[in-house]
Write a protein that binds this ligand. Structure first.
Ligand code: ZN
Length: 221
């Protein structure tokens, strides 16, 4: 018996001068997709969606930083759609649009039958959030392959990040595919199991160790 093909559509695109990953996530059957972190070259994202016959039904924002959000206004000029931002990052984003929807952790949005859960993971910013969809975790700048987000920018908090990484992300199965917010590693995606084995930040066994380790490395991200 052949396995039924998953209706999940997930397209990863490296865009802009800071190696950002922008994603299209949605349903192959409904032909609807969300843009995760619209930035830099919105026309590239819109073209990709159009070429594959997907309708953009909203934007999902992992956090307020400029390199993840500088395309929101351009997107809204092209598509009238809601923009989901965790409520704690809404003031930092400072976007006056009535299309911005403040998000609480656990909120779900749907593209066809595909359900995407917003998981609040503060630390890199107060309102950083990851998106959990069909065995994938789109992690923004909270967790990178082999690294994690910096905490020295406005609203950053190393202690919060430690709890997000070790407690909030620990509920995700090892088989979960990690889809980070930047192309900083040798491969574009990995699994949570692999990260738990190799990522020094996830291997920290105490908050003290994590904080000490953090301050011992240069803050580049
Ligand atoms: Zn960031």
């Amino acid at each position: 018996m052949t396995e039924k093909e998953s209706p999940l559509y997930l397209k990863q695109m490296e865009i802009g001068p800071m190696e950002n990953f922008v994603y299209l996530i949605g349903s192959k059957t409904a032909r609807e997709a969300f843009v995760v972190d619209p930035a830099w070259q919105v026309d590239t994202v819109l073209r990709a969606a159009r070429e594959e016959n997907f309708k953009i039904v909203g934007a999902l924002v992992t956090h307020y930083h400029f390199d993840h959000t500088n395309g929101i206004e351009e997107l809204l000029e092209a598509v009238d759609c809601p923009v989901y931002v965790n409520k704690k990052d809404v003031p930092y984003l400072g976007l006056g649009s009535d299309r911005v929807r403040p998000v609480d952790s656990g909120m779900k949005v749907k593209a066809g039958e595909i359900e995407i859960e917003c998981v609040h993971t503060p630390g890199h910013t107060p309102g950083s959030q990851c998106f959990h969809v069909s065995g994938h975790l789109v992690s923004g700048d909270t967790l990178f392959i082999g690294a994690c987000g910096r905490t020295d920018l406005p609203g950053g908090d190393a202690k919060e990040l430690y709890y997000s990484l070790t407690q909030r992300l620990s509920k995700f199965d090892g088989s979960t595919v990690l889809c980070p917010g930047h192309n900083y590693a040798a491969k574009p995606m990995t699994t949570m199991a692999e990260e738990r084995k190799t990522n020094p930040y996830l291997l920290s066994d105490s908050l003290q160790h994590f904080l000490k380790f953090r301050t011992g490395v240069s803050e580049t991200r």
